[in-house]
Design a protein around this ligand. Structure first.
Ligand SMILES: NC(=O)c1ccc[n+]([C@@H]2O[C@H](COP(=O)([O-])OP(=O)(O)OC[C@H]3O[C@@H](n4cnc5c(N)ncnc54)[C@H](OP(=O)(O)O)[C@@H]3O)[C@@H](O)[C@H]2O)c1
Length: 317
């Protein structure tokens, strides 16, 4: 590290599709001890010690010789890990942030309650001017299953358990959450799926989880189950999902994320009567909270402390 770089941390915001002016102002406020620059006005690249990234322009990270840390503005880091220029030994920290978590918790709870209370059925009744009250099952008789029991899946599981739902989670290693039954590893995936009436996907996208919601796994859900995918589009095999909906195996799906975003205008998901499409808004990174989280993590890293939520590259999340 050059003397200049050691003296004053220089943060480079290298993002596409985010309000970089808002991030420049927020990080300037939260990290007054640092100098903050925005790509492509990066100045001398050797002075950059920290990078804040989201959809980072290709090749940027490989051109920063004194980089000490990379901070993602999203929870999922599969795109950063896929960058062939990603320096091998620089810590990558993903975003675990109260603003993001609140949004996801609201969205997942809203859609679980929507399906639980048959709001699609009442919307159809309204269209045909039908007055047909039905008693919903008690929440303890409704089995919700969350793929992923981490920062976001764990929070949603706790909230839904608080509503009284019969909640289970599925993770790689055992995860204890009060009132939530945990299944872990591939060996227990079938048992988890067979009990799950409302399936929520909150897994990271890795080699292990790519395409995990497919014909075989969908066939293990009880007939008439619901899917809420708020993780990544690649978790779902699109054709298999449509087939499961058309055959009645699955009752309905809410999709926030897609293999290609924006979802192409001709994609069959747009007009499928059992699919609700929203444009990747289940949890939006909130500058006000996330800039504080990033600043805290930057300080920990510069102080030589271990930074929570540093990505384990061998696991891929
Ligand atoms: N739609 C949106 O707007 C939006 C917003 C934010 C995040 N996301 C997505 O949500 C994902 C989850 O975020 P997070 O912060 O909750 O991540 P996290 O804290 O890392 O949690 C990931 C969970 O998935 C489990 N998992 C990972 N690989 C697995 C495997 N092969 N088999 C079984 N379980 C596995 C982990 O198991 P262990 O507990 O054993 O580690 C952990 O419980 C992100 O990666 C991102 O893709 C989407």
């Amino acid at each position: 590290v050059t003397a200049a770089a050691a003296a004053r941390p220089v943060v480079l915001i290298a993002c596409q599709g985010v309000d970089t002016d808002a991030w420049l102002a927020a990080l300037g406020r939260e990290l007054p001890e640092a100098e903050v620059r925005v790509w492509p006005e990066a100045g001398d690249l050797a002075e950059i010690t920290l990078a804040v990234v989201w959809r980072c322009p290709a090749g940027v990270l490989g051109r920063l010789p004194n980089l000490r840390g990379i901070f993602s503005l999203g929870a999922g880091v599969e795109a950063v890990l896929a960058d062939p220029q990603l320096p091998a030994s620089v810590p990558l920290v993903r975003l675990v942030d109260p603003g993001l978590a609140t949004g996801m918790n609201e969205f997942v709870t809203m859609r679980v309650l929507h399906y639980h209370r048959d709001m699609d059925g009442y919307a159809a009744d309204q269209r045909s001017h039908t007055w047909a009250p039905r008693a919903p099952p008690l929440p303890q008789d409704r089995r919700v299953g969350i793929l992923g029991a981490g920062a976001l899946g764990g929070l949603c599981a706790r909230t839904l358990a608080g509503f009284g739902f019969d909640v289970a989670s599925w993770s790689r290693s055992p995860r204890v959450i009060d009132g939530v039954r945990n299944y872990c590893g591939r060996d227990q995936l079938s048992d988890f799926l067979r009990r799950t009436e409302i399936l929520v996907c909150l897994l990271p996208l890795t080699a292990d989880t790519d395409g995990i919601i497919n014909r075989r796994t969908l066939a293990e859900l009880p007939r008439g189950a619901f899917l809420i995918n708020v993780a990544r589009g690649r978790h779902v095999v699109d054709e298999d999902l449509i087939e499961a909906l058309d055959s009645g195996r699955l009752a309905a799906a809410t999709l926030d994320v897609f293999r290609e975003e924006p979802l192409p205008p001709q994609h069959p998901f747009w007009s499928h009567p059992k699919i609700t499409v929203v444009p990747h808004i289940s949890a939006v990174t909130q500058v006000a909270t996330a800039s504080r989280t990033v600043a805290t993590n930057v300080r920990l890293l510069l102080a030589g402390c271990s930074v929570p939520d540093t990505v384990d590259r061998s696991r891929g999340y």
